[in-house]
Design a protein around this ligand. Structure first.
Ligand SMILES: Cc1cc2nc3c(=O)[nH]c(=O)nc-3n(C[C@H](O)[C@H](O)[C@H](O)COP(=O)(O)O)c2cc1C
Length: 146
């Protein structure tokens, strides 16, 4: 069972969370690839059993620039019921809190993915409760692959 965790991060928060989640899943025995969205081929996602997408939100509720190509490609992808989950740190000080998480969640559903966990939005730096929500998302992914 192979999992992809692909993320994008400008100031490091989502990178830190992605690494935490990757370590958590690997400790539980997962075979996991961790990479950045700029390096991810949307058309290769259905080769995985599960995909986790992590993003911040930018420009008044937009998908970050470096994730746009990946996001747009997803419209032409058939995920063939690949399991997925979405998360991301963004900021409640902006309008449209974490909207890029919503965009990816909608698009991955439209691309015939199977959402196995509620999307997780984190306000700026994650606290202990946020990490619990991140790990719970990971647990749902693992459970879906059993
Ligand atoms: C110019 C700018 C625009 C932003 N726009 C939004 C936004 O529209 N919605 C939101 O929820 N967060 C917004 N943010 C907050 C970032 O998503 C947040 O700081 C996030 O934690 C950054 O993650 P990173 O450290 O992984 O880059 C914005 C931040 C900046 C600097």
């Amino acid at each position: 069972m192979k999992i992809l965790l692909t993320y994008t991060s400008l100031t490091g928060r989502n990178e830190e969370i992605a690494k935490h989640l990757a370590d958590y899943l690997k400790d539980k025995g997962a075979d996991l690839d961790l990479e950045q969205i700029v390096d991810t081929d949307a058309f290769g996602l259905s080769d995985y059993d599960a995909v986790i997408v992590e993003t911040y939100t930018y420009h008044d509720g937009e998908v970050p620039d470096e994730a746009q190509d990946f996001y747009e490609d997803l419209a032409d992808v058939d995920l063939k019921r690949t399991k997925f989950a979405v998360l991301g740190s963004s900021s409640k000080t902006h309008l449209h809190f974490g909207r890029a998480v919503d965009y990816f969640t909608m698009q991955l559903n439209s691309s015939n993915g199977e959402q196995v966990a509620d999307s997780v939005k984190i306000d700026r730096d994650p606290d202990e409760d946020d990490y619990k929500r991140v790990e719970a998302l990971g647990d749902y992914i693992l459970k879906s692959l059993k």
